[in-house]
Design a protein. Structure first.
Lengths: 245, 433
């Protein structure tokens, strides 16, 4: 009897993460990753912080990514931030500020630009590298993936990701702490064909109950597949990232 | 009158700091054009900084008495600094010409001065991400410490009171080779530097007429940054060092540095003014942590043992000698003490053991782009200290305002107790173009 109950539970768990079409949550997450970010690519991002009274501040970054755990970002505007560069190698993250010594280790929880976005939002690795699927539910037009962080180095312990069934791209992601407190919500908008098979949202908006009235927007431009050598993603190369552009 | 004008000036600074925050409202408009992505071969930018400050002088200090032994001075004085920095680059194929200039106009203790410096100016050749060659004047930046870097053998020393200030580089030839791996050893990088000290090249590095060599091996091993470095040549004694940095937890980082100098001539002045020179092989060490708490407050704490520093007794002997010279009124003795203070005893990090602590709070109470903080340097040997609360605000793009209040405290014969400045209020307006 006891064995039967355990077997029934296992079947229920397995069924909850497999859709009617037989696709598992992990497979959906991997498809989302590939649609959102090619394995090796470059792109430009504009971050806009909007305050409750409408004031805004903008930052422009150049980014390069390779594999599922190497990413580098360089601020190219405004002038006061120009030359700042961040490198992420898996759980390791460094910040290089041109005037200040060698790159210093930072955490994904910090924000290098202020506002609602933190380093983890800007230096986003593949979701499947950082999260495992705990549970999946299926609606008429969307899947909802309940994700749990694989380790404590990520900024959000749990994600609730709503994925568009047709395009396999996220529509909304709710970010929670380990105590299930909502930290922020990311909204993906304006689907765009960037060429070379890259079709993904070109705008991400963020709001947070912790920063009521504040909003941050991320605009993606020139997303392009490109191969980089591994040596680009090293501390010694960090001050030279601008050479890649 | 001078005191009133100084206070009026400070009032203007504080009012302008507050007014700057009431910046114009801009309409929000989602702009899909990103003109900055168009890279031009020649790029440049510049920033202007105006930094007025009010100094409340410590009239009982030895430094004050040595400076104004024959000419009394008010206890309040103002200083002004206007700084222009221009930086840019010109790209041609795999080559890149990089420059950074610094121009200052200063008014200190009622004396005007100005200077123009080329902080950096070098040609960088990067045929592949694995290899680069730099020729020219460049800041090398070695070490993991925030306030001090004992392993920064070929850098000018940082000011621990303001560690993020731009520094001038040295003229050198530097080659970098990087190799990445898919194992617990993720990266290795080898840096080799040739630093000549001849003629117009690096006259302030050390003894002229020699070519010096330095090298560094960097390893990223098991998520730990590790560097081994050396300096060899006849301009300075040979040096060896290492540093490391590692995240123990996602929000807790630990770092350290160790440097050994093969030989150094130390000088001791006793209370009677007798000079003794002796040879030693100093070791300098630094150990520090960085911690980020859930309120977005970053803490930096560092312990620094300066192998070149004076002990408490050695420092006290000097102050006794200076005091005796001042009390005697003998100009020759006073000038001798003044000179020793300038070149040996009055410099930064003159003593042996220090603690550094900094706490900075990112955007408290939902005030965007506002970062208050406090930094303190504690001299473990004589228990004197400096404490500096600071407020940084960036109300508009490319504009940074900073207000710092420094307080120096210590007993007779202590490092910070004998500095010329007791308290200092400094305002900075910095605009980037």
């Amino acid at each position: 009897m006891k064995n039967r109950t355990i077997l029934l539970c296992l079947i229920c768990i397995a069924v909850s993460s497999v859709s009617a079409f037989g696709i598992t949550g992990e497979e959906i997450l991997k498809k989302v990753d590939r649609n959102m970010q090619p394995q090796s690519y470059e792109m430009y991002k504009k971050l806009i912080n909007v305050e409750p009274d409408g004031k805004k501040k903008e930052f422009t970054l150049y980014m390069a990514k390779k594999g599922n755990n190497k990413i580098i970002a360089l601020f190219i505007a405004p002038e006061s931030e120009k030359g700042r560069a961040t490198l992420r190698l898996g759980d390791n993250m460094w910040l290089h500020i041109p005037n200040v010594g060698k790159p210093v280790r930072i955490t994904s929880l910090q924000s290098v630009v202020g506002g609602v976005f933190n380093n983890s939002d800007i230096m986003q690795l593949d979701f499947s590298f950082e999260y495992k699927v705990d549970k999946m539910t299926e609606g008429k037009t969307e899947y909802t993936l309940h994700l749990k962080a694989k380790n404590t180095s990520v900024a959000y312990d749990r994600l609730e990701m709503t994925v568009d069934k047709k395009d396999m791209i996220p529509i909304k992601i709710e970010c929670y702490t380990a105590t299930k407190m909502l930290i922020k919500t990311l909204y993906y908008k304006e689907k765009k064909d960037f060429g070379d098979g890259v079709v993904r949202p070109s705008v991400m908006e963020t709001d947070s109950p912790l920063h009521k009235g504040y909003k941050s927007i991320m605009i993606f431009a020139r997303v392009k597949k490109r191969d980089f050598s591994d040596e680009v993603f090293t501390l010694n190369y960090l001050p030279r990232v601008g050479d890649l552009r | 009158m001078r005191r009133i004008s100084g206070l009026a000036f400070l009032f203007v600074c504080v009012v302008s700091f507050a007014c700057m925050s009431a910046h114009a409202q801009e309409d929000y408009d989602l702009d899909f054009d990103i003109p900055e992505v168009e890279k031009k071969p020649f790029e440049y930018g510049f920033n202007v900084e105006f930094k007025p400050s009010a100094l409340f002088l410590n009239r009982d200090s030895t430094a004050y008495r040595l400076r104004y032994a024959t000419d009394g001075k008010s206890s309040l004085t103002t200083q002004y600094n206007l700084r222009l920095q221009v930086d840019g680059s010109y790209r041609t194929g795999n080559g890149n010409i990089v420059f950074k200039t610094n121009s200052d106009i200063d008014n200190r203790f009622s004396d005007w001065s100005q200077g123009n410096y080329l902080y950096e100016g070098y040609y960088s050749w990067t045929p592949t991400p694995m290899f680069s060659l730099d020729v020219g004047k460049k800041v090398v930046k070695w070490g993991k410490g925030y306030a001090w870097n004992p392993v920064a053998f070929i850098d000018r020393p940082k000011d621990p009171d303001d560690p993020e200030l731009s520094l001038e580089g040295y003229s050198l030839i530097s080659a970098d080779y990087i190799k990445s791996f898919s194992s617990s050893l993720q990266t290795t990088a080898l840096t080799f530097v040739i630093l000549p000290v001849t003629g117009d090249f690096n006259p302030d590095f050390a003894a002229r007429g020699y070519v010096n060599y330095a090298g560094k091996l960097y390893l990223l091993w098991n998520d730990t940054d590790i560097d081994f470095m050396f300096l060899s040549g006849k301009s300075q004694p040979n040096r060896l060092g290492m540093d490391f940095s590692k995240n123990l937890k996602p929000n807790l980082e630990i770092h350290g540095e160790w440097a050994r100098t093969a030989s150094d001539i130390a000088t001791h002045i006793d209370s009677a003014g007798n000079r003794t020179d002796y040879e030693r092989a100093p070791n300098s060490t630094l150990l520090g942590i960085r911690y980020l708490d859930k309120n977005d407050i970053t803490y930096i704490a560092e312990y620094y043992r300066n192998g070149f520093g004076f002990s408490h007794n050695e420092m006290r002997d000097f102050f006794d000698y200076a005091k005796k010279s001042l009390d005697s009124g003998n100009n020759a003795d006073i000038n001798s003490a003044k000179r020793l203070s300038e070149i040996l005893y009055g410099g930064r990090n003159a003593m042996r053991r220090y603690l550094y602590f900094k706490m900075s709070w990112k955007e408290p109470f939902e005030i965007l782009y506002f970062n208050p903080g406090i930094a303190a340097i504690y001299n473990v040997d004589d228990r004197s200290y400096s404490m500096t609360p600071e407020f940084i605000y960036s109300p508009k793009t490319n504009l940074t305002l900073r207000l710092r209040i420094s307080m120096l405290r210590g007993a007779y014969g202590s490092e910070y107790g004998e500095k010329i400045t007791g308290n200092k209020i400094e305002f900075s307006w910095k605009k980037f173009f």
